[in-house]
Design a protein around this ligand. Structure first.
Ligand code: NAD
Ligand code: TYD
Length: 355
């Protein structure tokens, strides 16, 4: 079996669902169930003995030691993290705690376990760390896309904490020989995406008749990757990735934020037209920019294509249509997510932004 951390979050839950649909290998899912963790994402696995959920912290050495000893997973896929840049600006402490200290503790538990394994198990063991393109910093318009050899230049508390965790993972390979793999992917989108992030926030606010808050001039560029493509990339890296290597994963799909918002509005106009016949685009409002906002991210995904034969299956057109349709079809999931905590966050992040 494999151990997945953060498997109740957006990408982690997609990965667990995808894994169990593809392979008959059980998953232990360790997740602290922070505001971002949602067991409803995994509802379809109720009664499936191949999914073992454990509520707990990756930084809890006693718990992780016990899980490793009890289940003897052959691999660990580490998704658990604080993941939202805006939250890291309001409160960086939890990012340091989970992304750096938590990853360190997890690595320590894994190292202690791995070092005692028999030769064959030791050789076959994998620790795959899921990271982000944001560790590379910000590109200008004409810069080439990020490759694996780009310097780390993180600009937000979030990306700095992820960069630190990547460095620890690397060091555990070089120093202790731990069989690690790291993936750095671009912005994901798709089902179960928590509506604090751009795409689901725009869908949810559109349907609720609320403003669509575009930061600054809306010309910041992100490189969007459909979450199921990300899952297939991780499976491939786990299967045949070269130990100690990092792989950039992207969707070959750079888009300015404003363009993304327009596409979402246009799809909603088509799939759920407003009663008054107006476009959802009319709800767009420009708000004060995010401090230190990175201008452009772009992933050069040629290494994973060349060495591991991976390519994304979705284009943005197909992926965003599926995504918008998923939100329309899963209104009860959305309503359950919009709890008191969520409303407090929206108030905190957007109240101070003048239009
Ligand atoms: P998410 O915020 O939706 O989910 C994170 C999950 O981790 C949640 O279920 C949460 O409960 C859990 N968690 C948080 N702290 C924990 C702890 N201390 N111990 C155990 N579990 C804990 O995040 P996501 O969007 O699914 O991202 C998953 C990973 O992918 C993260 O490492 C993130 O940095 C990386 N990533 C995400 C994106 C993206 O576009 N979402 C892009 C690049 C990289
Ligand atoms: P986000 O989804 O938070 O991902 P990240 O910061 O990790 O790239 O934001 C994506 C882009 O959308 C980013 O440039 C910030 C912008 N954005 C807005 O313009 N308005 C919003 O309300 C949010 C949440 C993000």
């Amino acid at each position: 079996m494999i151990l997945v951390t953060g498997g109740a979050g957006f990408i982690g839950s997609n990965f667990v669902l995808d894994w169990l649909a593809q392979a008959n290998e059980s998953v232990i899912n360790l997740d602290a169930l922070t505001y971002a963790g949602n067991l409803e994402n995994l509802d379809s696995l109720k009664g499936d003995a191949r999914h073992i959920f454990v509520k707990g912290d990756i930084g809890d050495r006693t718990l992780v030691d016990e899980l490793l000893a009890k289940y003897q997973p052959r691999a660990i896929v580490n998704f658990a993290a604080e993941s939202h840049v805006d939250r890291s600006i309001h409160g960086p402490g939890e990012f340091i705690q989970t992304n750096i200290v938590g990853t360190f503790n997890l690595l320590e538990s894994v190292r202690a376990h791995w070092s005692k394994l028999a030769d064959k198990e030791k050789t076959d063991f994998r620790f795959l760390h899921v990271s982000t393109d944001e560790v590379y910093g910000s590109l200008s318009k004409d810069d080439p896309a990020f490759s694996e050899t780009n310097r780390y230049e993180p600009n937000s508390p979030y990306s700095a904490s992820k960069a630190a965790s990547d460095h620890l993972v690397r060091a555990y390979h070089h120093t202790y020989g731990l069989p690690v793999l790291t993936t750095n992917c671009s912005n994901n989108y798709g089902p179960y995406h928590f509506p604090e992030k751009l795409i689901p926030l725009m869908i949810v606010n559109s349907l609720a008749g609320k403003p669509l808050p575009v930061y600054g001039d809306g010309q910041q560029i992100r490189d969007w990757l459909y979450v199921k493509d990300h899952c297939s990339a991780i499976r491939r890296v786990l299967e045949i990735g070269k130990l100690g290597e990092t792989y950039n994963v992207g969707g070959w799909n750079e888009q300015a934020n404003l363009n993304i918002v327009h596409i979402v509005c246009d799809l909603l106009d088509e799939l759920r037209p407003k009663d008054d016949g107006n476009s959802y685009r009319e709800q767009i409002t420009y708000v004060t920019d995010r401090p230190g906002h990175d201008r452009r991210y772009a992933i050069d995904a040629r290494k994973i294509e060349r060495e591991l034969g991976w390519n994304p299956a979705e284009t943005f057109e197909t992926g965003i249509r599926k995504t918008v349709q998923w939100y329309l079809d899963n209104q009860s999931w959305v309503n359950n997510v919009l709890s008191g905590n969520y409303r407090q966050w929206i108030e905190k992040n957007y109240a101070g932004r003048s239009e």
